[in-house]
Design a protein around this ligand. Structure first.
Ligand code: NAD
Ligand code: MG
Length: 380
């Protein structure tokens, strides 16, 4: 198997990945039905605790009752705090409202904040948990593919400022992550594909065998067969390895930005309008660009660059700049947008480049003229 040990007996479809961070260590449980065993799992780490479930209105309508029932069945009192869906919920206003609701629900140092939702809820609820009484424990129950393979693992929490995304936040590791692969069936196909771009990323960064697996079994990942939990577990294991090596992003964690320097420029030039481009789509085009740019620099074989592009295309993700609707930008404008990205260090562009599939590395000294020439060729 690829990542995570399968559970024994009738729970064979379930997997577990450990994040060994010393006193902040935690487990990630992956598989269908994890929602219904949430109470028992949380009771194991916080017997008799009071819980407050933070969620958004879409997820509440689908899954709040199941989680509440499971918690109550395990003897855990559960209050619920429901936020509006969408990125704008990662705001000062919602942060204040949720913190006050947690205080009103008498969540104290021994209690648990449960984040039930996508990355927006995980980031907001995690930051509330980090701040409330200078830090209470929180459990992530991620319900989007993106949050199951990326945002729920690693401890980055936060909200947006009018000056930009994720500018206010804290590192606060969860105490437990429960990823129910079955809840992804209600996700829109577009949201699922966007999360899948981050799954592909882990193969491209450091695991060629995982990329081979995805090429062979992506249909089953999308339709919900056993390969789905396997792909989520392999992704979580890959993210956990990087996080354990570099918990607060001093170095190696930057590899997770494969495709993101290009991708953020495309998102910014699309004015973060999700009708035009969502994050995962920007990352997909960005990863394909990173591989083509690596080939142009003579680092990577053309064969690997073509394989990356072909796989993204086969699942319906964009892989070319011209696939981005309404992107009316020349090479200079794209380069300027890339310079705005926070991965720019003292004027030099920092990129994740690749010597091949599964062989990514951090290049800190990328020549802007080379990037410009590459972008001009892409747009020609
Ligand atoms: P999201 O939380 O907005 O969820 C997307 C949409 O799907 C929402 O409308 C939500 O209500 C709905 N939804 C959630 N689960 C569902 C389900 N099972 N069925 C049907 N609908 C469902 O978006 P996201 O893509 O999960 O997360 C994006 C956020 O994650 C961004 O704010 C980003 O900054 C953050 N992020 C954080 C990290 C990190 O390390 N902390 C990493 C990557 C991204
Ligand atoms: Mg990302």
């Amino acid at each position: 198997t690829l990542g995570g040990a399968p559970e024994a007996g009738p729970e064979a479809a379930r997997r577990r990945v450990e994040v060994p961070l010393g006193s902040r260590a935690y487990s990630i449980h992956i598989g269908p039905g994890a929602l219904d065993t949430a109470g028992a799992e949380i009771a194991r780490i916080a017997k008799g605790a009071k819980c407050a479930i933070v969620t958004d209105a879409n997820v509440a309508a689908l899954y709040l009752d199941r989680v509440r029932l499971s918690l109550e069945g395990a003897g855990l009192a559960a209050a619920a705090i429901v936020c509006p869906p969408g990125e704008s919920t990662k705001s000062y206003a919602e942060f204040a409202r949720v913190c006050d609701a947690l205080i009103a629900a008498r969540i104290e140092r021994r209690d648990i904040v449960v984040a039930l939702g996508g990355g927006v809820i995980g980031d907001l609820a995690g930051f509330c948990a980090a701040s409330l009484r200078r830090g209470v424990r929180f459990v992530q129950i991620p319900t989007t593919l993106l949050s199951q393979v990326d945002s729920s693992v690693g401890g980055k929490t936060g909200i947006n400022s009018p000056h930009g995304k994720n500018l206010v936040g804290a590192f606060h590791q969860p105490s437990l992550v429960l990823a129910d692969s079955g809840v992804l069936d209600t996700l829109s196909p577009r949201e699922f594909r966007a999360g899948y771009a981050e799954v592909v990323k882990y193969g491209l960064i450091g695991d060629r065998g995982f990329f081979d697996f995805l090429e062979a079994r992506w249909r089953e990942v999308f339709s919900g067969g056993p390969a789905r939990a396997e792909a989520i577990a392999a992704s979580c294991a890959a993210k956990a390895r990087v996080v354990v090596a570099d918990e607060t992003e001093q170095g190696e964690r930057a590899l997770l930005n494969l495709g993101h320097t290009f991708g953020h420029a495309f998102e910014s030039l699309s004015h973060y309008d999700s009708a035009r481009l969502v994050h995962g789509e920007g990352v997909a085009v960005g990863m394909a660009c990173a591989f083509r740019f690596s080939r142009a620099l003579g680092l990577c074989s053309g064969q690997d660059a073509v394989r990356v592009e072909a796989h993204l295309a086969s699942v319906g993700l964009p892989s070319r700049i011209r696939h981005i609707p309404g992107l009316d930008a020349d090479a200079g404008a794209i380069l300027a947008a890339m310079r705005q990205d926070k991965k720019v260090e003292r004027g030099r562009l920092t990129f994740v480049l690749a010597r091949g599939i599964g062989e990514s590395f951090l290049a800190r000294d990328v020549d802007e003229a080379g990037v410009l020439a590459f972008l001009e060729q892409e747009l020609a």
